[in-house]
Structures are given as structure tokens and as C-alpha cells.
Design a protein around this ligand. Structure first.
Ligand SMILES: [Zn+2]
Length: 379
């Protein structure tokens, strides 16, 4: 079977990604502004292309401070710490938020390296969302589909000591969130409003939740879950769809899904913005440990035609956290935090929207930015 090498795939990707930049350049680059470099310089390590951390700092006007003999790099902008990267680690901190890379940062040649895919799909859009504004939805979301995880014969995670299960808690949070959002003028639809599931088998059930959002032309999809782990941990996790070619946070090697583009990848940039805002809001609202903003090829996110995220609000495997989740006060806090995150996502879209009447977008896109998921809006 003919199979493109990883290098071949990345080269093809680089060409595909660079092309629209070339095509758009004459109309977009203002004469007084130097054109953005068209490619990130890379070095090859193992089976991937990597970008030197110093290159990232230079591109975004950040200063680097080395710690632990250079194993940790702190990128600052004035007094503010924007990024913290650590050798061998997949998690990094962006404006204080714990985010996961597709591949660990790599120490070599006296510096740290970040995989080019992570730079293009994570660091660049996080650091300069405005450069990616044309890839975001044209209008603020109005219709949201809320998805309470599990239901019916599938209880999800359980804590029998405390006497709670995921399906009941998730539905309660979703019903609370629905009220809050409707009061703010959103149109809210639920994949389930009772103790039911959408199909007898799990894959069909998850697929139907995504189809429900698509059928109702949702602008946004949010799936609410509760977590469980064998380790004694607590806190929140937020997931968005893993971009094509990027490893899911749970994986350390490619599988048959990794190189596929799913409908849920059409909004990678909006997913990133949404996940970031939801995760920040949950941490601020719940004052709970940061388990990270992660990526996964989750069934329920693969086939949605709109931006979407899945949140894991607390660990039911922890008796302490399960007891907290058992209280209506905590579930109301979760709902308020999620409503706040959605509001901030919406506000971020508005703020990033190119000004009306401006035929010139805010800034020329950075090198290697992916092609637009939909045609650029006209105003
Ligand atoms: Zn679940």
C-alpha cells in the first residue's frame, strides 16, 4: 500500500497551507507593513518538524528567560508571562492556563523546540488570535446545543459511596445552564431533557448527539460530563477536537484516526478559542485544580458542523469532589461558569471580527496558517 511518509505529509501540508497565503497576499498586505515570513524555519527531529522556541519568541515579540538550566523557558511580554514551556512536557502554560501540546517540547542544541503542527494549530492562534480572525465564525453564536452526557441505561461515571452518577449531574447542570443562557437571549436546544439515551449502542448514541446539533443548525455545541480516574485527583478538564495530524492528548502515538480530517475539524480555530474561554471560566468559577485544556478525537465532537467542546466538570472518583458535585450550589456554580465562558467566547468573536467597511483584514495571516474553513466574511 502506498503510504506517504510523515515528512511527505508535512511537506504536502506546508504547501497546502502556504498556498492561500500567497494567493491572498497582494490584496491583504498593507504597503507599510512588512510581509509576514511565509514559513516557519524548522529542524527535523525523529519523525516531525520542530520550530526553535527562540523563533517563536522573536515572531511574537516575547523575551525568553531560561530556568532549570534551560529545561524551562518562560516567555514574557513586558511584565506578563505569556508562555511557559518545559523540556519533555506536553503541557505548557499560556497566560496561566494549562494547555496540552500534541507532542512534548524537545530540548536540543541548547534550546527547546515545539513541533511545527503545535506552533501552527496552538501557539500561533493562542498568542495572536487576530491573525486567525478570518478563520472564525462570521457572527456571534445564537443557537447552542447543550448535551448532557450519557443517560438512560448508561449512567456514566458513578460514586456509590456518595450516591451520585454522571448522567443525573450532567443533566442538572445543562438544565441550569439552559435557563441562564436563555435569560441572555440565546436559543438553547438540548440533546436530551430527560433520563434517556439517543440510541441503544454507544457509538450511535454519540453520533446522534452530533447529528442533532447539525440538524438544528447549531452555532455551538457543548457536551457536559463528569470525570473519573484511578488516581486521587480533582479538577476540571476541557476538550476540543484534535486537529488533523495532531495526537490526542491521551495518545503518544498515531493511530488510524490521526491523519484524518473530520467535519469537527472545520472549526479548529474557533474550537481553540471556545475551549480556552470555557476552561478559564471553569477554573475561575470553581476554584478547582487545572487538569488541562486537552484535545481528543471524541466521538461526540467528530461530526459536528459547528465549533464545540466537551467539559469534564469534576472527578466523581474523588469522594470529596463527588460530595461537592452532589450539592445544587456547586452545580449552579458550574452552570454559571460555563455561561460566563460562552459569553466571553462570544465577546472574543465580536472583538476579533474585522471592522465593518474595512476591506483590509486586521493583519496579514501568519505563515502556514490553515486555509479558511469558510469564505472570509465581506464585512
Ligand atoms: Zn462522560
Amino acid at each position: 500500500m502506498a503510504r506517504l511518509s510523515a515528512r511527505g505529509l508535512l511537506a504536502a501540508l506546508a504547501v497546502a497551507l502556504a498556498a492561500p497565503v500567497f494567493a491572498a497576499a497582494p490584496a491583504r498586505v498593507s504597503p507599510t507593513r512588512p510581509a509576514a515570513p511565509l514559513l516557519w524555519p524548522t529542524a527535523r527531529f525523529a519523525d516531525a518538524d520542530y520550530v526553535d522556541a527562540r523563533e517563536i519568541a522573536e515572531r511574537y515579540g516575547l523575551k525568553i528567560a531560561r530556568e532549570k538550566g534551560g529545561q524551562v523557558l518562560r516567555f514574557t511580554e513586558g511584565a506578563k508571562v505569556r508562555l511557559v514551556l518545559e523540556d519533555h512536557n506536553r503541557d505548557f502554560y499560556f497566560d496561566g492556563l494549562r494547555v496540552f501540546l500534541g507532542r512534548p517540547a524537545l530540548g536540543a542544541r541548547g534550546t527547546l523546540w515545539v513541533s511545527k503542527l503545535d506552533v501552527i494549530k496552538l501557539l500561533a492562534p493562542l498568542l495572536r488570535p487576530r491573525d486567525h480572525a478570518r478563520l472564525l465564525p462570521a457572527a456571534a453564536p445564537q443557537t447552542i446545543v447543550l448535551d448532557a452526557g450519557h443517560g438512560g441505561t448508561d449512567p456514566g461515571k458513578e460514586n456509590r459511596t456518595v450516591g451520585v452518577n454522571e448522567k443525573t449531574l450532567a443533566l442538572d447542570v445543562v438544565l441550569r445552564l439552559k435557563k441562564l443562557l436563555e435569560a441572555q437571549g440565546w436559543r438553547v436546544l438540548l440533546t436530551r431533557s430527560g433520563d434517556t439515551r439517543l440510541a441503544a449502542d454507544q457509538i450511535t448514541d454519540l453520533r446522534r448527539r452530533a447529528e442533532f446539533a447539525n440538524q438544528h443548525r447549531a452555532d455551538l455545541f457543548l457536551s457536559v460530563h463528569f470525570n473519573s480516574a484511578p488516581a486521587p485527583i480533582t479538577g476540571v478538564e476541557t476538550y476540543t477536537m484534535a486537529p488533523q495530524f495532531m495526537l490526542s492528548t491521551a495518545d503518544d502515538r498515531k493511530d488510524e484516526m490521526t491523519d484524518k480530517a473530520f467535519p469537527g475539524n472545520k472549526h479548529d480555530d474557533a474550537n481553540l478559542l471556545l475551549g480556552e474561554q470555557l476552561h478559564r471560566a471553569l477554573l475561575a468559577g470553581l476554584q478547582t485544580p487545572d487538569r488541562g485544556f486537552k484535545r481528543g478525537r471524541l466521538h461526540v465532537l467528530r461530526f459536528i458542523a459547528c465549533p464545540g467542546a466537551l467539559v469534564e466538570c469534576a472527578y466523581l472518583s474523588s469522594d470529596a469532589e463527588a460530595r461537592r458535585a452532589a450539592t445544587p450550589e456547586f452545580r449552579e456554580q458550574i452552570a454559571r461558569a460555563l455561561a460566563d465562558g460562552l459569553k466571553k467566547y462570544s465577546a472574543a468573536l465580536e472583538a476579533l471580527r474585522p471592522q465593518s467597511g474595512a476591506s483590509a483584514p486586521a493583519a496579514p495571516p501568519p505563515s502556514n496558517s490553515p486555509p479558511p474553513a469558510r469564505p472570509a466574511r465581506s464585512a
